[in-house]
Write a protein that binds this ligand. Structure first.
Ligand code: BGC
Length: 700
């Protein structure tokens, strides 16, 4: 049956039931997938099923009771891989699980920008850079959708904090929106073609995102050519009529009140029937391809073993070696003492709608035992004894989303630490952090707590005075302060929150089975006082109603590089157990594009992968510009010692333009191409010249 005929057969009440859903953690009785975030009402009379929407992005979030789903690395770790290929593979695996469990649309990926290191959901977002965020999100979407399940990119737009998120007015200049916040979505929409977009809770420049016609119709549909449908975030916005008119087609989770509001609005003439039909058409055109519409019977049997391998592979690629003073990798027979409660209570991911119910979580301690490492069992047993009472909560946190137990780090006696230093070859201190939806971190949480610092100082003194190495593993979802304590460690491995394979991946990197190849998708500032988003979390700070993005386009490295502020670790930083050399840069300007070619060679002794980054520095022109901007990147294949790869990156000239208030302006002059291993480790520079300025109405 044609869509138009189907629409003619539906009553107004039935239409409202498709556009206004139901939801909550347990749905309505008879819900097809327990624990999914939402569902639409079915219309069996005309063969329209209900459509099930379930969260991501670190895996399918459904209820643990019936089934488990793989916990993949969190998004900031996926971005740290700088590999769209592995992210697409993760997306496909998540899509397969969604399909197997009866989900039609996955509420992921999330691609808000890392504006401030205290953002409670940064773990769910990719990066401070719109290109890296957009490319990763597009890859994720392609992966999910290759399985026949839809992806929904969220939260559109400028939803960079949790404090006050329901009604917060985010005030952003159009230039910053276009170049940073919208740009990430634009890439994801154009290159990923998601079925759906979720509008954000906040207001954008005074208008709720879900009621914002400029955002949802002019920019998203007319400028970017989006063909799918838009749904609200859960409970966002105020007025159903304004939402539908603005281009927000589905109201989630909706409920009876919202159905009533829609019906009354149509009956009273406040909302035209053509607006309802327009939204319905958009929704049904997309969902006609959904598993439910096609009558797919959930197999309930995803290949969890294969997906565990993919989760491991993705986490392995996203590990970032921040520091290594000849401490790593540890020899296979090294005697290792593990410290920090994080080695027992290893954190797989964040909390809130982004959490997952995996079959297990590999902790650092269990993985070290499983791999047969020579660990200091005496210290390990002391930890297990001390955490005995907390163990049920900790184990529950592996499977579900309980409140994070707050574990103290200062219960070891100094004599235990000293005795361990005498009999071990190295100390590994694991610090774990968790955050989640609904709250941001406090500035104090940016720093090590006093007991974490106490532990690190004691371990560092004892081990180093015995000539032994000290390694810190950061099992975290947000950047933390490192500058004041990194001198106490010989190596720092940033493991983020790696999903269910956490322990295995961390242990394998410590012993060299994995050669870290991840790079930072976000700057690690030296101090919280240095972050450019000083207006976070808005005014008034205890219950903000408004946050002004005063820093404009100067987000992350765009700020630190332009204003000469030294970070602790720059954007794009990440070491390897091998070394790479760059040579033979060739920059060629062709019609509408600049082609950048160079060679990367593994000059060390171990096989490894390098993430080659291409930044462009624009000439001084009419508009202010950041010092440099990421314009392309490529992760090499696994290069053996001595092996090389020819890397080619193509950049459209329009992508070098800046938004001047009405157009994209490509200024004339000489541009510098900066190729390197991080934003501050530039190995090759080249130039090209744009003879005369050009303006673009849109970015293609
Ligand atoms: C979150 C969304 C999520 C939705 C459904 C909201 O609170 O912001 O990211 O998809 O709930 O669980």
């Amino acid at each position: 049956m044609k869509l138009s005929e189907l629409l003619d057969r539906l009553t107004l009440e039935e239409k409202a039931g498709i556009l206004v859903g139901v939801g909550g953690p347990h749905m309505f009785p008879g819900s097809r997938v327990p624990g999914a975030a939402g569902e639409t009402h079915p219309v069996p009379r005309v063969g329209i099923p209900s459509f099930v929407l379930a969260d991501g992005p670190a895996g399918v979030r459904i209820e643990g009771g019936c089934c488990t789903a793989t916990a993949f690395p969190v998004a900031v770790m996926l971005a740290s891989t700088w590999s769209p290929e592995i992210v697409e593979k993760v997306g496909r695996a998540i899509g397969e699980e969604a399909l197997a469990y009866g989900v039609d649309v996955l509420l992921a990926p999330a691609l808000n920008i890392h504006r401030n290191p205290l953002g409670g959901r940064l773990f769910e977002y990719f990066s401070e850079d719109p290109l890296l965020s957009g490319v990763m999100a597009a890859a994720y979407v392609r992966g999910v959708q290759s399985t026949g399940v839809g992806a929904c990119v969220k939260h559109f737009v400028a939803n960079e904090q949790e404090t006050g998120r329901w009604g917060l007015d985010t005030v952003v200049s159009e230039r910053a929106l276009r170049e940073i916040y919208l740009r990430a979505f634009e890439i994801a929409v154009k290159e990923g073609r998601p079925w759906a977009v979720m509008s954000a809770y906040n207001k954008l420049n005074g208008v709720h995102c879900s009621e914002n016609e400029w955002l949802l119709t002019r920019v998203l549909r007319e400028e970017w050519g989006f063909q799918g449908f838009v749904m609200t975030d859960w409970g966002a916005g105020e007025d159903v009529s304004r939402q539908l008119r603005a281009g927000n087609d589905m109201i989630m989770p909706g409920g009876e009140d919202k159905v009533k509001e829609l019906l009354e609005a149509v009956r009273s003439g406040k909302l035209g029937m053509e607006v309802v039909d327009r939204s319905l058409e958009r929704v049904l055109r997309v969902l006609a391809d959904s598993p439910a519409f096609k009558g797919y019977k959930p197999s309930m049997k995803p290949d969890l073993e294969e997906h565990a391998r993919i989760a491991y592979e993705a986490a392995a690629e996203g590990l970032v070696l921040l520091e290594n003073n000849q401490a790593l990798p540890l020899p296979a027979d090294a005697r290792i003492a593990f410290f920090g409660t994080g080695h027992v209570a290893t954190v797989k991911g964040g909390q809130g709608s982004g959490h997952t119910h995996p079959p297990y979580v590999s902790t650092v301690l269990n993985a070290a035992r499983e791999r047969g490492l020579r660990i200091d069992e005496e210290v390990a047993k002391t930890y297990e004894e001390a955490l005995k009472d907390e163990m049920p909560n900790i184990e529950q946190s592996f499977k579900d989303e309980p409140d994070k137990p707050t574990l103290s780090e200062n219960f070891l006696s100094e004599s235990i630490i000293e005795a361990s230093a005498a009999r071990s070859d190295a100390a590994v201190v694991v610090f774990s952090r968790v955050s989640g939806e609904g709250y941001d971190l406090t500035p104090e949480e940016f720093y090590l707590s006093s007991d974490e610092r106490w532990l690190l100082e004691k371990v560092s003194n004892a081990f180093r005075s015995a000539g032994k190495k000290v390694i810190v593993v950061l099992n975290i979802g947000n950047p933390v302060e490192v500058a004041s304590w990194r001198g106490l460690a010989d190596a720092i491995l940033l493991a983020w929150q790696p999903g269910q394979e956490a322990g295995r991946v961390i242990v394998d990197a410590l012993t060299g089975r994995i050669n870290p190849s991840g790079k930072l998708p976000v700057t690690f500032p030296r101090d919280y006082a240095h972050v450019p988003s000083w207006t976070f979390p808005g005014e008034p700070p205890d219950n903000p109603k408004r946050v002004v993005y005063e820093e404009g386009i100067y987000v992350g490295y765009r700020y630190y590089d332009t204003f000469g502020v030294e970070p602790a670790y720059p954007f794009g930083h990440g070491l390897s157990y091998t070394t790479f050399a760059y040579k033979d840069l060739d920059v060629t300007l062709t019609r509408g594009e600049v082609r950048i070619r160079f060679q990367v060679t593994n000059t060390g002794k171990l096989p490894g992968k390098e993430v080659a980054q291409v930044y462009v520095r624009a000439p001084k022109g009419r508009l202010d510009k950041p010092f440099q901007e990421l314009k392309g990147f490529k992760k090499t294949r696994l290069l053996n010692p001595g092996e090389s790869e020819l890397v080619e990156v193509t950049v459209k000239l329009s992508h070098l333009a800046s938004f001047d208030g009405s157009h994209w302006l490509l200024e004339k002059g000489t541009y510098e191409v900066r190729v390197g291993s991080s934003s501050r480790d530039i190995r090759l520079t080249g130039y090209f010249t744009i003879p005369s300025e050009e303006r673009f109405t849109r970015l293609e």
